[in-house]
Design a protein around this ligand. Structure first.
Ligand code: SF4
Ligand code: SF4
Length: 119
């Protein structure tokens, strides 16, 4: 994550959903990368991140204070469910689900990031 990534001062989505994924994404399967010790079994096919399967939810891999300063301790190895929840879409527009979640927490909506300056 870059220094300007708004997720570093948010983290709310890591506390609102059950983060589930195909079991073989974990590192006890060939080619898997999500630390298996941070997961729990849901059924024969699915796992989830520990901490996200019951209330109050908070992913075990999240460190820091929600809405202030947070980090995903397994960012490079996070499951696809996390990779598939973008903060900004490809065209630069903010994810409206982020703003809904942020509003629940009293955080301001995300703004479209400024375009890079021409060289
Ligand atoms: S809710 Fe959106 S802005 Fe907040 S951490 Fe998740 S992806 Fe980032
Ligand atoms: S793995 Fe990382 S990005 Fe995914 S929910 Fe947990 S802390 Fe958030």
């Amino acid at each position: 994550m870059s220094a300007v990534n708004p997720c570093l001062a948010c983290g709310i989505c890591c506390t609102r959903f059950r983060v589930s994924f195909y079991w073989a994404e974990a590192d006890d399967a060939p080619g898997g990368c999500v630390p298996a010790a941070m997961t729990e079994k849901l059924n024969h096919f699915m796992r989830c991140m520990r901490g996200t399967n019951s209330l109050p939810r908070r992913c075990i891999a999240l460190e820091g204070e929600i809405g202030a300063a947070v980090a995903c301790t397994i960012y490079e190895n996070r499951p696809n469910a996390c990779r598939d929840f973008p903060v900004f879409f490809a065209d630069g527009t903010p994810n409206p689900r982020c703003n809904e979640l942020r509003a629940e927490f009293g955080l301001p909506p995300l703004e479209r990031p400024p375009l890079p300056e021409a060289a």
